[in-house]
Ligand binder design. Structure first.
Ligand SMILES: [Fe+2]
Ligand SMILES: [Fe+2]
Length: 164
């Protein structure tokens, strides 16, 4: 069984993962409004992944005999002007999630919860990938420098992403 401290930290993390899905869906809305369907589809898959992360932790807590604490999911309120603003916000958010995962790992080490440490390692690795994807997206959009043709080219490329 995970202890109370770990249970609270895991529950907070589930909330952050589900919030991320909400947040990314608000980005989907931004792209859909601009008919950037490739960006929208890429972000939809990103949102689905976040739901998957939330479920993964939820299922882990069940397997450890813990009962997740349900918390209110905040509504995303951020508004963006440009595509670059959105992808930068995505990257910043992934960095925020990474910090939170690292905090979870620190706690598991402090609490000598070896099973949780091993479980959280997957998320540590996942965040390396998430940040890498987000930062290269920022690079590409920065490189496009607002040129609509370049943005449409990236849009087409992003439409090729499929859920894993
Ligand atoms: Fe996540
Ligand atoms: Fe993520």
């Amino acid at each position: 069984m995970v202890n109370k401290k770990m249970l609270k930290a895991f529950s907070d993390q589930v909330n952050k993962e589900f919030y991320s899905a909400y947040y990314y869906l608000s980005m989907v809305s931004f792209f859909e409004k601009k008919s950037l369907t490739g960006f929208a589809s890429w972000m939809r898959i990103q949102a689905e992944e976040e739901l998957g992360h939330g479920y993964k932790i939820y299922n882990y807590l069940i397997s450890r005999g813990g009962e997740m604490e349900f918390e209110t999911i905040e509504a995303p309120t951020e508004k963006w002007e440009t595509v670059l603003d959105v992808v930068k916000a995505l990257y910043e958010h992934e960095q925020f999630v990474t910090k939170s995962i690292h905090h979870l790992m620190d706690l598991a080490m402090e609490e000598k919860d070896h099973a949780s440490r091993s479980f959280i390692q997957w998320f540590v690795d996942e965040q390396v990938e998430e940040e890498d994807h987000a930062s290269s997206l920022v690079d590409k959009v920065e490189f496009a420098n607002g040129d609509p043709r370049a943005i449409l080219f990236i849009d087409k490329e992003l439409s090729a992403r499929t859920s894993e």
